[in-house]
Ligand binder design. Structure first.
Ligand code: BTN
Length: 262
């Protein structure tokens, strides 16, 4: 039996449960791939797949996403928007804001955002990656569909990882799995509705407030390019990162941001 009980989840979702059509699986290749296949077959907006185990979990930039069933929460949400993907710039940053709001609602202090869409947890003087977001868009004549994939560490993953990691167990108290999923889904639905009406403009100030590296010296690493050094200013109206470099303010559209070694 899957770790998520749909009856319990429905009660945690309360009034909001009608907005979602949730399926809980023991295992699948990737919740986002499975949801994309179901979307092809006509799954409605608000469809959610949550899985204990992913055999081919996917991260940003073609990376794998590895997670242990009891120590993580992995799910994907399908949402549909009118118009072309051009309207959706900044969507993945808005998803980050929704997660940060949800974590705050659950009493978790110290969660912040790293461009473009990592959720970090403050651990003393440092930060570890708490959650990853993968937003995949596709469009047709009816509009644009977003598959919003989210992986959250309940406990910090083991292993030799390229980046510092964190788990919710390191915050004040670990939320119950159903409560966590229900709060995050409710925040995501609210945020996606607001995004549809007003775009990233409605989230930009809050994203900047959550930006853990605001005003700090960072480097942007992009494949095949020399690191770009600068001071992290925030996000612009399209969700691009504004970096104050030796050549002035540059807009960054892709790459990995890290703190510059002292
Ligand atoms: C990242 O690289 O930080 C994004 C990771 C996103 C992982 C989640 S887990 C649920 C969903 N299914 C996937 O295969 N990927 C996303």
């Amino acid at each position: 039996m899957a770790l998520i009980d749909l009856v319990l989840l429905k009660s945690r979702l309360g009034d909001c449960s009608g907005r979602f059509d949730v399926d809980a699986l023991d295992e699948c290749d990737s919740t986002s791939s499975e949801l994309a296949r179901r979307a092809e077959r006509g799954a409605p907006a608000g469809s959610v797949i949550v899985a204990d185990r992913q055999t081919a979990g996917r991260g940003r930039r073609g990376r794998a996403w590895l997670s242990a069933p009891a120590d993580s929460l992995t799910f994907s949400l399908l949402w549909r928007f009118e118009g072309s993907p051009a309207r959706l710039s900044g969507l993945s940053l808005a998803v980050g804001v929704a997660l940060a709001r949800g974590l705050r609602r659950l009493g978790i202090a110290g969660a912040g955002l790293k461009w473009p869409n990592d959720v970090l947890l403050r651990l003393g003087d440092a930060h570890g990656k708490l959650a990853g977001i993968l937003v995949e868009l596709s469009s047709d004549r009816r509009g644009t569909q977003a598959i919003i994939g989210i992986g959250i560490n309940l406990r910090p993953p083991n292993g030799d990882l390229a980046q510092a990691v964190a788990g919710l167990s390191q915050a004040a108290s670990l939320p119950e799995r159903h409560e966590l999923l229900a709060v995050l889904l409710a925040e995501l639905a609210g945020a996606m509705t607001l995004f549809d009406e007003r775009g990233f403009a409605a989230f930009r100030a809050e994203w900047d407030d959550c930006n853990v590296w605001r005003g700090q010296a960072v480097q942007i690493l992009a494949e095949g390019q020399a690191p770009l050094l600068g001071s992290c200013l925030g996000a612009d109206a399209d969700g691009a990162l504004l970096l104050h470099t030796a050549n002035g303010i540059e807009r960054i559209f892709s790459g990995d941001v890290s703190l510059r070694p002292a």
